[in-house]
Design a protein around this ligand. Structure first.
Ligand code: PMP
Length: 358
């Protein structure tokens, strides 16, 4: 009988929230639909695609659209089937069995997952008590542990906190490891290192179309770095990794500067409103603390995150519960969605107070 090896037997599938609740604020997606005119333009272009042919293996038009929006050379950009695929490919490519991979904790869980598949040695660097990241500690650990690759999100999912650009560059200059900065949420903040990343031989930046641009369904992400690093990634990825429909649609959206800028602004404003509302409730009740966020979500820390999560579910609101961190991550939504979440949080603490008093 065929037996799974230890590595395969030890896998557990990624478990996104799939509950069909009316208010979905659990995956950091955009709440903005594409404008009708843009959808129609994409449809027209899609209809003209030769479906019997493989897509452009180099995704040239897509990379050029990304490059011109973000001011980087197209030859320094590698496109992926979501940045998720690129994380998997780059860990397999730049690490050999037993090499040290460093991640920050808490951070996006897929780094450790793909590191496990790449059979590397995992070094975890704990964030501080307020989830702040000490760049000095990261540098020291990387150098002491002979870390070959360091990957972290900036701003961070799930904490929402960010490390300023100058600190990131100081880190890159102070370690021999390859530093991968996952800027999935950087459209919501202004501390990107994208425009200088090709000047470093040990820096790769990841971006995605899934958040501010609202294209999570298309699965399109990018890695940007110097020629040597991008050359290796291009050689390692599968030949037609981004399908023709996604190439065509994401390129069309990236070319719509006004829509892209406006979408990011609208999501930042929605996050600001959600954060302010939560802060008001936190001040009234003292039951939790929202972590200041540079992203499109707000994370709450509270002793009984599971109970608040249940109360939100009962009110039809789905958010992401991090049991181990005793935290809830709430994606900013439309005005109505934000109002629904705020009212459910307020009700929960009002009931708690009554329960505590009786
Ligand atoms: N990096 C971070 C930090 C994320 O939060 C996510 C999505 N949750 C991803 C990467 C994956 O994004 P994509 O949709 O491009 O695969």
């Amino acid at each position: 009988m065929f037996k799974l090896n230890e590595k395969a037997a030890g896998l557990t599938p990624y478990a996104p929230n799939t509950a069909a609740l009316p208010v979905r604020l659990d995956a950091n997606e955009s709440f903005l639909p594409l404008p009708d005119a843009l959808r129609e333009k994409i449809l027209r272009e899609a209809l003209a695609l030769p479906m019997n042919r493989y897509p452009d293996p180099e995704a040239r038009a897509l990379r050029e659209a990304f490059a011109s929006r973000y001011g980087v050379p197209a030859e320094n950009v590698c496109a992926g089937n979501g940045s998720d695929e690129l994380i998997s490919v780059l860990l397999q490519t730049f690490l050999q069995k037993g090499d040290a991979l460093a991640t920050v904790s808490p951070d996006f869980s897929m780094y450790a997952f793909y590191g496990y598949l790449a059979e590397c040695r995992h070094v975890e660097i704990e964030a501080g008590a307020d989830w702040e990241i000490s760049v000095d500690k990261v540098i020291e650990t990387c150098n002491k542990e002979n870390v070959r690759l360091l990957i972290f999100s900036n701003p961070c999912n799930p904490t929402g906190r960010g490390v300023p650009r100058e600190e990131i560059l100081r880190l890159v200059r102070s370690v021999s490891a390859l530093v991968v900065v996952d800027e999935a949420y950087m459209d919501f903040w202004d501390q990107s290192v994208l425009n200088v990343c090709t000047e470093y031989d040990n820096l790769l930046v990841l971006r995605t179309c899934s958040k501010a641009l609202g294209l999570a369904a298309l699965r399109v992400g990018f890695a940007v770095g110097n020629g040597t690093l991008i050359g290796a990634l291009q050689a390692a990825r599968s030949p037609y990794n981004v399908n023709a429909l996604s190439q065509c649609a994401a390129a069309a959206v990236l070319r719509e500067t006004e829509f892209c800028d406006g979408a990011a602004r609208a999501l930042i404003a929605a996050k600001g409103a959600l954060e302010a509302g939560l802060r008001r409730i936190a001040e009234e009740t003292g039951g939790f603390s929202p972590v200041p966020s540079c992203t499109n979500f707000v994370t709450l820390r509270l002793p009984d995150a599971a109970a608040l999560n249940e109360a939100l579910r009962a009110a039809g609101v789905s958010v992401r519960h991090f049991g181990g961190l005793s935290a809830l991550r709430i994606t900013a939504g439309t005005e109505e969605e934000n109002a629904a979440v705020l009212s459910a949080v307020r009700d929960y603490f009002a009931k708690e107070k009554k329960g505590g008093a009786s």
